[in-house]
Design a protein around this ligand. Structure first.
Ligand SMILES: *Cc1c(COP(=O)(O)O)cnc(C)c1O
Length: 808
């Protein structure tokens, strides 16, 4: 849109005047790394706890961005148009709220503790035949995500569906102003503690602010909502237990629906409680919108599971696959292309893309925009599948097209994919999962799923405990505590952490080969690896005189100049590190050389997780402060000082110094229950049931006949064993797995590659998913049963278990 700068300045509430008449804004952005930033992008420089987009404005200018919304003084060439405001996030929201006012069709706003995304996606599936819908991509529901969703509205749309999520008081009014919903939906209100509220009432009162100007609120009929709902909107309700506009009764897999004195039956596609409630919400919305019951009866059973994930998988011929084979709207293509750039391992980027539905644009306009997006993102090769994309995207370079997925699979030589990062993105009807399954490296069914969003969440949690200036080093040693190396390192690079820490040089080499450019410290450098470390620009921890002399020798051979090294002091752990008696010789060696420079001085705490040892921890910290100060003065240097690990950050934040070293917390495990409650689970170890055997009374199961059936039993065999990292002592009834959210105790002895579980009392079938640990059975709980610590459980999951990385 073309917009007069005076108008824009007014909307953004600028504090400085802007000298230009009119600018043309075609896109907005808050991501300095996105490749689609260009001359017509209005860039909002957001400030986070540890991230400040103002630091990247010059890079953005170099990439062609000219319009900036900032909140601090910046120095940019004269043709940059700068809007200075008090708060850039509020300016973003104000801008989108202003944009939103141009449209007057019904807009559904959804909030609640759980089910927002599912209800949004299901309503989209159900209402598709009747409307041109604009909806939030993925689960974009935050203070930033909502404006980025709403800005995509255009003239062609006639229904909006947006979700809003909040985590603390006083956030909803801003989302309300952006979405301006006319129809409100409240999904449910979970326990208060899982978001930052002190009571359920407080949480509900905050959430329902989304509906204050809506025409109608659709929700379950409950006392709590009745007592708290705003006056304005009409209330349209559903219930399973009492009188409501829509009354449901459930009989196993059939839902009977009573509305305006009529009763009809719907077959349920999903039968777990949460899904049934979400279906009830959707049916109520359809009835409110006067959708005919015959359509409801035939459409509900066809609802499909909602899959929002972008998964990173290892492909054939060293390819890296990004699997987004469940959605194809234009908004989520933008997100997927940003993610492709963030995760890419190779220069060669290939995109396999189906026809795009529901953009609100005519095909000509849509594919012109898609073509631009692909070009801006430097995609090397595009394979279009579908009739529309084939005829409209011809003009971009390296484009091949196929009418459908079958033809592509038959005619294309899949083996030709090699050393490239491949994004596979298509609408569900194209069944791109077939392409993914052909290109995926084959391994057995057991996988460790890693939630990249949870890692980001956990990183931000610890950041929030630190001063904005405190650097963060993340420990990715031991294959990222068993979770994965370069995939996690790429994410950390994206978050711009200061350092990565590995245990051995070869771990650092692997990261460098995958294109990681962050500074990397090797904690256990072996003399034999010094030359390799120098070749790959890895920085050694130096912990004694013998090692220092050896490194200086190599440094001289390589003619190094001020190569960064990190001095470790032993302040009580008594593992590695210099003590005071070494100082005279240490100072002597370092004073007289220019071969290396001390980039940091650090020490490691032995008891930061033990409240009863607080005195000892403080003693270590004090000793470190004294000794590091002495070394700094003697050597006349200004190194980074650091001592805190995860539990140190949590308990001893006052001693964060210049940097902290975050380890286990990033992977979702704290050292006490309160800390755990604020972290998100990262890893889920999953497998499937291979076979179920019926076993008679007195029959036995497994090696040594250790399980003896005392009743007729059903025994399920699953393909995971001690060679995958499951403790053998977990067998014989000591441990259990989860199948369909129910506990199944381990029956008999754990084998090398398999184990058996008793499923007599639960609902389980061959092929069902089995969870060994994850969100519902946290690693901490497992570690207790294994009589060890979570660190050991995490790092003992064998490398033959495939890791799959995903992002919601
Ligand atoms: C592993 C390690 C850390 C991280 O410890 P966590 O308890 O996992 O946070 C920090 N510093 C050093 C020197 C380490 O070896």
């Amino acid at each position: 849109m073309k917009i007069e700068t005076t108008v824009l300045a007014n909307v953004l509430q600028v504090v400085d005047t802007v000298a230009t008449d009119e600018i043309s804004v075609l896109d907005i952005s808050v991501d300095s790394r996105s490749l689609r930033n260009n001359a017509h992008t209005l860039f909002f420089a957001l400030k986070g706890n540890n991230h400040n987009a103002h630091d990247y404005l010059n890079d953005l200018y170099q990439n062609g961005v000219r319009y900036f919304v900032v909140s601090q003084d910046v120095l940019l060439p004269a043709d940059a148009v700068i809007f200075k405001v008090k708060n850039t996030l509020r300016a973003l929201q104000n801008f989108v709220a202003f944009y939103r006012k141009n449209y007057h069709f019904p807009v559904i706003g959804i909030t609640g503790s759980n089910g927002k995304t599912i209800v949004k996606e299901w309503l989209n599936q159900l209402l598709l035949p009747f409307y041109n819908i604009i909806k939030s991509p993925k689960s974009y529901n935050s203070q930033v995500g909502v404006p980025l969703s709403v800005i995509a509205i255009n003239d062609q749309h006639n229904l909006g569906i947006f979700e809003a999520g909040i985590s603390q008081p006083n956030e909803m009014e801003f989302l309300e102003a952006v979405i301006q919903p006319t129809i409100g939906i409240l999904t449910n209100i979970g326990p208060a503690h899982n978001e930052g509220f002190s009571s359920k009432e407080e949480k509900l009162q905050e959430k329902i602010k989304l509906f204050k100007n809506a025409d109608v609120l659709i929700s379950e009929q409950t006392h709590l909502i009745a007592a708290n709902k705003p006056q304005n909107p009409k209330w349209f309700t559903w219930s399973f237990i009492k009188e409501a506009d829509v009354f449901f009764e459930r009989n196993d897999t059939v839902l009977s629906v009573q509305f305006e004195k009529e009763i009809f039956q719907v077959n349920l596609p999903f039968t777990d409680l949460a899904s049934v409630e979400n279906i009830a919400t959707c049916i109520t919305v359809l009835l409110f919108l006067k959708v005919d019951k015959t359509y409801i009866i035939q459409a509900i059973p066809k609802l499909q599971t909602v899959q929002m994930r972008l998964q990173v998988k290892k492909g054939i011929n060293d390819c890296l696959l990004i699997d987004d084979s469940y959605s194809s709207d234009y908004q989520s293509l933008k997100i997927a292309l940003d993610f492709l750039e963030q995760q890419k391992m190779y220069q060669q980027k290939t995109v396999v893309l189906s026809d795009i539905f529901q953009s609100g644009f005519t095909p000509e306009v849509l594919y012109q925009k898609v073509g631009q997006l692909l070009t801006q993102n430097h995609v090397t090769r595009v394979i279009g599948i579908g009739n529309q994309i084939g005829s409209h995207l011809k003009n971009i370079s390296q484009f091949q097209s196929y009418p459908n997925t079958e033809t592509f699979l038959n005619d294309f030589n899949l083996k030709a994919f090699r050393n490239e990062t491949v994004l596979i993105k298509g609408a569900r009807s194209f069944q791109f999962e077939k392409i993914v399954s052909e290109l995926e490296e084959k391994t057995h069914e057991t996988v460790l799923e890693i939630n990249l969003d949870a890692i980001s969440h956990n990183l931000n949690f610890y950041k929030s405990k630190l001063q904005p200036t405190t650097k963060i080093m993340v420990m990715v040693k031991a294959f990222g505590y068993g979770n994965g190396s370069y995939e996690i390192a790429k994410l950390l690079a994206h978050h711009q952490v200061a350092y990565l820490g590995v245990a051995f040089a070869d771990e650092g080499v692997e990261l460098r080969k995958a294109g990681i450019k962050l500074p990397i410290i090797v904690m256990n450098p072996e003399n034999s690896a010094f030359a390799t470390m120098i070749a790959y620009n890895l920085e050694p921890e130096i912990y004694n005189l013998h090692e220092l002399k050896a490194f200086l020798q190599i440094a001289e051979n390589f003619n190094l100049f001020q190569y960064p090294v990190h001095l470790k002091l032993n302040t009580g752990m008594n593992r590695l590190g210099f003590t005071q008696k070494d100082f005279p010789a240490l100072i002597e060696l370092l004073k007289n050389t220019n071969l290396v420079q001390v980039a940091s001085i650090f020490s490691h705490l032995a008891t930061s997780d033990m409240p009863e040892e607080k005195q000892f921890t403080l003693q270590q910290i004090e000793r470190f402060q004294k000794e590091s100060t002495y070394l700094k003065e003697e050597l006349q240097i200004h190194p980074i000082l650091h001592i805190l690990n995860t539990s140190g950050i949590y308990h001893f934040g006052a001693y964060q110094m210049d940097m902290v070293r975050l380890g286990i917390g990033l992977y979702g495990v704290g050292n006490e229950a309160k800390e755990d409650a604020q972290l998100q689970n990262v890893a889920t170890l999953k497998t499937v049931i291979l076979q179920i055997n019926e076993v008679d009374v007195n029959e036995t199961v497994g090696y040594g006949r250790r399980f003896i059936a005392n009743r007729k039993s059903r025994i399920a065999t699953i393909p995971i064993g001690y060679a995958d990292g499951i403790r053998r002592s977990y067998g014989n009834g000591n441990g259990f797995v989860l199948i369909n959210h129910q506990k199944a105790p381990i029956a008999g002895t754990i084998c090398m590659d398999m184990l058996m579980v008793d499923v007599t009392d639960i609902n389980a079938n061959e092929g069902d998913e089995v969870v060994v640990f994850g969100n519902d059975l946290r690693i901490t709980e497992l570690a207790k049963i294994w009589n060890t610590i979570p660190y050991e459980v995490m790092t003992s999951i064998s490398h033959r278990v495939k890791r799959i990385f995903y992002k919601e």
